[in-house]
Design a protein around this ligand. Sequence first.
Ligand SMILES: [Zn+2]
Length: 322
Amino acid sequence: MAPIFVQQEAPPSPPPDTATVTVHALSAGHLTLPEGHFVYPSSATARNTVPSLSFLIQHDNPSTGNPTRIVFDLGLRRDVNRYSEPIRRHAATREPLATQPDVVKSLAKGGLTPDDIDYVIYSHVHWDHIGEPRDFTHSTFVVGHGATDLLHGTSTALRGGHSFFEPDLLPPDRTIELSDPKRAQKEPGPHEPGMLDLNQPWTSLGHLPRTMDVFQDGSLYIVDAPGHLPGHVNLLATTELGQQIYLAGDACHDRRIMTGEREIGEWRDAEGQVCCIHADRREAEETIERIRRLEGQGVEVIFAHDVEWEGNELNQGRFWGV
Ligand SMILES: [Zn+2]
């Protein structure tokens, strides 16, 4: 397959005097992925050890100067034995697996504890992103639409070795599930500075059809990124350097899919059923196409399992506390 060349076009960027956030990577464990489950064509035996990255995003409240702190994904749970039994069995197929440093240790490198984190936003609720939410006893958890049904096992959307969920994962009184992006959108309500505005309607931004401007100042958008798992969301951040960073979660697991060198992989389970890492492959491909366009516009794209980004010397200073 020929590489895909993306035409350069103007980014969907806000004006240059826009508000900004800071974005730091947090090391949150490593796991090993069988290549054949992710890309096609692939080697039958190749396995790649990749990170499960988390990110710290900080935004200064313009009226008080106090930061609002968000962690995007919590990576791997430091004590794998605290996962539910089906997840433990699946995790055993992802060895070598390392859970240190976990997200709490990585926050501590820069002097923060879970108590300093106002919001935990999950890209999605797969086991390798949920970490240990019990550490975050004050934070508000934000999940995409459909995540709660998945956690409670009431979704008929999918099954598969990697798709086991824990019904008691999140505290109901501190969890916000975003509205359905595909439903009619409600009217915007009032917004309190320093808080995330999660009650707003989904609206388009450039070629991205469904986004939420969570601080109402253009610094950080939640982006609906369907396909991988119900409720899968990404973040688009504008940083002080006028740079835009797109945190793509599990929209894609291998850069060669972005470049067109590989396609999304499929495999057969023990019953002979065709499986795909994405719950809805067609939607996942459309999401990847939108991300490819962002990259063509000069936006930096980082995947949760972005082993190339993690390994790049130039990014070492972009981890929190380094
Ligand atoms: Zn993942």
